[in-house]
Design a binder for this molecule. Structure first.
Ligand code: NAD
Length: 278
């Protein structure tokens, strides 16, 4: 199974599909990430706050996979944005991961009430320049936060990782990012199991037409939209299923019927709003 790559504005490529480890138990992470590697995943999305970077690191070491074949993302937690804290935070993450550099380091949330995300971004630029992360980006940033970075820095993020699925598409942020060469990464692509996406008739119909599962249809919709995605599952069969989406194509009508599932006024959102996380 070959996962396509997308070019980032940093000059590096990213595998468009990866494996996310939010809420993957620290003690289980090594096993789950090894299952993902065995299935063929090479892109892992973790974060300092997930508490499982060590498990990811153990899986990387045990896998024997060459470093150049892997794409590892981690994230700076909200209480480490000020002063030179990001420098200490990346050093801790690299130690836990057992790596000399990550492929992508993200500011996890803008936390606007703290007023520190622009400093965090400038520190990430220094972290990139020091070779500790090949590419840098942000997560959960709205247009106002992206514009603030654009005013204070010459470097724009390579990605913005945001909640995105058919019921909640964040069009303002995605349009701004697309216009500025910033890739969108979709978190909660399956609605975190909280939104009944997989029962939507348009998705069920496409699944029947292609002999695929509803989850595979939703992930394929992301792929065809040019979105980067890393669904989470701890079930080896589902881990394999979520990767098996490169042997079929949704038609224009099927894509449109899934896009039409967006709920008005952000009603499809399943997790925290960026202005509420501080
Ligand atoms: P998700 O949408 O990937 O949903 C995970 C849920 O879907 C789980 O309950 C799982 O059992 C179920 N599932 C997985 N595969 C399935 C399948 N084939 N069929 C049916 N059900 C299936 O939600 P997520 O884990 O929150 O998001 C994915 C990743 O995004 C995370 O692991 C993490 O890496 C990242 N993330 C980032 C942020 C952020 O703030 N930047 C927030 C949340 C998640």
């Amino acid at each position: 199974m070959t996962v396509p790559t997308l070019a980032l504005n940093s000059g590096f490529d990213i595998p468009q599909l990866g494996y996310g480890v939010f809420k993957v138990d620290a003690a289980e992470t090594e096993r789950n990430v090894l299952d993902a590697f065995e299935a063929g995943y090479r892109h892992i999305d973790t974060a300092a706050i997930y508490g499982n970077e060590e498990g990811v690191g153990r899986a990387i070491a045990a896998s024997g996979i060459a470093r150049d074949e892997l794409f590892i993302t981690t994230k700076l937690w909200n209480n480490r944005q000020s002063g030179d804290q990001p420098q200490q935070a990346i050093a801790e993450s690299l130690e836990k991961l057992g790596l000399e550099f990550v492929d992508l380091y993200l500011v996890h949330w803008p936390t606007p009430e703290r007023g520190t995300f622009v400093n965090a971004w400038q520190q990430l630029v220094a972290i990139r320049d020091a070779g500790l992360s090949r590419s840098i980006g942000v997560s959960n940033f709205l247009v106002e936060h992206l514009e603030a970075i654009g005013r204070e820095s010459d470097v724009l993020p390579a990605v913005n990782q945001i909640e995105l699925h058919p019921a909640y598409q964040q069009r303002e942020a995605t349009q701004w990012c697309t216009e500025h060469g910033i890739r969108i990464e979709a978190w909660g692509p399956l609605g975190q199991g909280k939104y009944p996406l997989l029962e939507e008739p348009a998705i069920v119909a496409a699944a029947a037409a292609h002999g695929k599962s509803a989850a595979q249809i939703v992930l394929r919709w992301d792929i065809q939209n040019g979105t980067i995605v890393f669904p989470k599952s701890t079930n080896p069969a589902r881990i394999r299923e979520n990767l098996d989406i490169f042997d079929f194509e949704l038609s224009g009508d099927e894509m449109a019927s899934i896009t039409a599932l967006e709920r008005a006024d952000g009603a499809g959102r399943v997790s925290s709003h960026p202005l509420e996380v501080n």
